[in-house]
Design a protein around this ligand. Structure first.
Ligand SMILES: Cc1ncc(COP(=O)(O)O)c(C=O)c1O
Length: 381
């Protein structure tokens, strides 16, 4: 049976991984600066992670949400300590889109309203309300288009004010660092005013931290660079280091009721074991501190390369903007230099999303290969 052909694939077949590297079916080693799309947080096949999952699957892999599962509470407690998000409550699900779907649904339940305000170039997932709030008409099917969504330019605070004062907006959803869109960020003033406007207009402020959260920005959550208090924070990607787990943090002003949200798989034993191993490792290996140190080193190196016109993002969510489209550069980095990098909807941007365990030697390896490849591309035109 053929696979439904929705992904344009690189011709590489990784079969194993170890920390910053993956190995293909011919034994070739690739440096992973893409982290499987910002997913690998503590490194491939981290021993703590392997041990925790192995132990859990041989003990109890799954039971439904109809019974007590103390691992969920352990995960919530650890998350509270490491994120510094005191008093929030946790609901667990399986993916980023599902986290945003639940966040938007909860905002609508809480406010009794149904319009969403989202921003240009934002990406929030591929399901119902999440895709409707995504600024990409190509992935919005007619069935999704029935959602009431207003997309505004980032930093358009007047626009946000006008829309919220109409009284029908249940949620403003924002990525504090845009991922797929190309690493743009709103200003501090903008985010802080949106926070105030949400609070004065009975609108929920949703921080989509699915890509920029879990340490990647250099703080646990990217919204923590600002003086804001989101009502809901959505998470996924780095949360499970590859195990499918997502979740939302919910401000205590939003009261839970039985049946309001639910899922079969969300928060299962195996997912919690993976999630706990990630948090424990982030703590014991000081991965947020490492993120900041390596980010600084990486950006210094990038500044020295004249072909890089602009450096975007924060922490280990970095965009290198060239004055040419980077499709060929990415291909040459993979096939000739054996380095994975990411792209973005901005075709001139190379996205760097490595595991948070990256060291200076990996950065050096990348820049050596990048300089060589850029020179080759320049010589060929
Ligand atoms: C900011 C953001 N939100 C939501 C999603 C959707 O997550 P998932 O693919 O796990 O559904 C993504 C995925 O790239 C994302 O980057």
């Amino acid at each position: 049976m053929p696979l439904f052909d929705v992904y344009p694939l690189y011709d590489v077949t990784p079969v194993s991984g170890k920390d910053m590297f993956v190995y293909d079916n011919e034994g070739i080693e690739y440096l992973d600066l893409y982290g499987g799309h910002a997913v690998i947080s503590i490194g491939h096949a981290h021993p703590n992670y392997v041990k925790a999952i192995t132990h859990q699957v041989t003990t109890l892999g799954f039971y439904s949400n109809a019974i007590q599962n103390p691992l969920q509470k352990q995960l919530a407690d650890k998350l509270e300590v490491l994120s510094g998000c005191k008093d929030y409550e946790l609901f667990l699900c399986n993916s980023g889109a599902e986290a945003n779907e639940n966040a938007l649904k909860l905002a609508s339940f809480k406010t009794g309203k149904k319009r969403i305000v989202a921003f240009s170039n934002g990406f929030h997932g591929r399901t119902s309300a999440a895709v409707a709030a995504t600024d990409n008409q190509k992935i919005i099917a007619p069935i999704n288009a029935q959602q009431a969504v207003t997309i505004l330019p980032l930093n358009d605070i007047e626009g946000v004010k006008i829309e919220l004062e109409k009284g029908d907006v249940c949620a403003v959803i924002v990525e504090f660092i845009q991922g797929v869109g190309g690493l743009d960020q709103g200003t501090a003033d903008f985010f802080e005013q949106v926070d105030v406007l949400c609070k004065t207009n009975n609108t929920m402020f949703i921080a989509d931290e699915i890509q920029c959260g879990y340490g990647r920005s250099g703080k646990f959550f990217a919204f923590q660079y600002y003086n804001v208090t989101p009502d809901i924070v959505s998470m996924a990607k780095g949360m499970g280091n590859g195990f499918p787990i997502g979740g939302i943090l919910i401000h205590p002003d939003i009261e839970a009721q039985y049946g309001m949200l639910g899922t079969t798989f969300g928060g299962n034993h195996l997912a919690c074991a993976a999630g706990l191993a990630v948090l424990n490792t982030m703590e014991t290996e000081n991965l947020i501190e490492n993120t900041n140190n390596i980010s600084e080193y990486f950006i210094e190196k990038a500044k020295a390369i004249p072909q890089i016109k602009n450096i975007k993002g924060r922490g280990l969510m970095i965009g290198l903007e060239f004055d040419f489209e980077v499709g060929d550069l990415r291909k040459k980095l993979i096939y000739d230099e054996h380095i994975f990098t990411g792209g973005a909807s901005n075709k001139k941007l190379l996205r760097i999303l490595p595991p948070l365990t990256i060291k200076k030697e990996h950065v050096d390896q990348f820049f050596k290969a990048l300089i060589k490849t850029v020179v080759e591309i320049e010589a060929s035109v």
